[in-house]
Design a protein around this ligand. Structure first.
Ligand SMILES: [Zn+2]
Length: 338
């Protein structure tokens, strides 16, 4: 289920992300030659509703096409979940999440999507990929930031070129950046909410910088000295059997604060509120990096309120109920001293 091309199909750059299905029948990998031979890998639309990645790459490719210019470095562009993009969904209900398919689970029969992801990995490894950039959006309010799965200098440099805020995470291990981080510097760009011109401009400028970049070895260590580095320690989920809202519906088990996404990237103190519970069966599930339930370490429920037991910084809090059901309420992070 993977198509591989060595040029941009005619007419592709005129399409919006929800129209790509008209020309592309499967997830598509496009290899484009540039001055420096080792390719930069850019993956886009792993989540179909995260449009910034396509807007940025379309604009970049148009720019070089219109000026009849050769790319400064070879570029391999992977366009992921075209079907979900058609319906502006993260993924369709009959599909896996395309950012959870990048590792084969030993005991299970692989899905077609997992086999496709392995083909992409093999293809890029064989080409000696220079670095990997996976472009995403958030559904809640967040600053722009980069996520890395490794803490070596090359990974940090790749991240610092995008933003001072850098998040280190090692879980889940089924994501694209974790798979690519094993053989090249790899980053996830979180470019704020979809369709915002500032996110598109930032992603475009960053990819172009990376295309013009000779080697990570020429960058001084001082370039990464000012990074604000955070490590993801846990993921917060609303247990499936519980009802919740941000508006205080009558059947709520949990009512979260209105505009809760304002808490993203705020370093919160012990006692900070994560919402109200309306009965004694309500709680938040918190899984650590090993997937163990650690709700009691992070939250307590007192006088009908869920409050923090330890200081943490949340990220990716979203007000979108579907995303909370499909993915999570948020991640919890701690500052890493480096
Ligand atoms: Zn995403």
């Amino acid at each position: 289920m993977l198509d591989i091309f060595d040029c941009v199909p005619d007419g592709l750059l005129e399409l919006e992300s929800h129209q790509l299905w008209q020309l592309l029948k499967h997830p598509t990998l496009i290899h484009l030659e540039g001055d420096r031979s080792l390719p930069l890998f850019v993956s886009i639309l792993l989540h179909g509703n995260e449009t910034t990645s396509w807007l940025a790459m379309r604009e970049l490719l148009c720019k070089y096409q219109n000026q009849n210019k050769y790319l400064p470095r070879s570029l391999s562009l992977f366009i992921g979940n075209i079907e979900a993009a058609r319906y502006r969904q993260r993924h369709l209900t009959n599909q896996p999440d395309y950012n959870r398919i990048w590792r084969l689970e030993n005991e299970l029969e692989p899905l077609p999507e997992q086999i496709m992801a392995q083909q992409v990995i093999a293809e890029m490894r064989s080409r000696g990929v220079f670095a990997s950039i996976d472009i995403h959006n958030n559904t809640g309010r967040n600053p722009h930031y980069g996520c890395i799965t490794r803490l070596d200098n090359h990974s940090r440099q790749l991240a610092r070129l995008f933003s001072k805020i850098v998040v280190h995470y090692t879980c889940p291990k089924t994501v694209q950046s974790y798979a690519f981080g094993k053989f090249c510097p790899a980053i996830v760009l979180e470019c704020g909410q979809p369709d915002m011109p500032a996110g598109t401009a930032h992603a475009l400028e960053y990819v172009e910088t990376c295309l013009n970049f000779d080697s990570f070895d020429n960058l001084p260590d001082s370039a990464i000295a000012d990074i604000d580095l955070f490590h993801t320690v846990a993921i917060v989920k609303v247990p499936e059997h519980l009802n919740f809202s941000f508006t205080g519906d009558s059947d709520d088990d949990i009512t979260f604060p209105v505009e809760m996404d304002r808490l993203n990237f705020c370093e919160l103190a012990i006692g900070a509120s994560f919402g109200k519970v309306n009965n004694n069966r309500a709680y938040l599930s918190v899984l650590n990096e090993e997937g163990e339930e650690k709700g009691d370490r992070y939250f307590q429920i007192k006088n009908g309120e869920i409050t923090l037991k330890v200081p943490v910084m949340p990220s990716m809090i979203t007000l979108d109920k579907n995303i909370i059901r499909q993915d999570c309420l948020c991640y919890l992070m701690e500052r890493l001293i480096h």
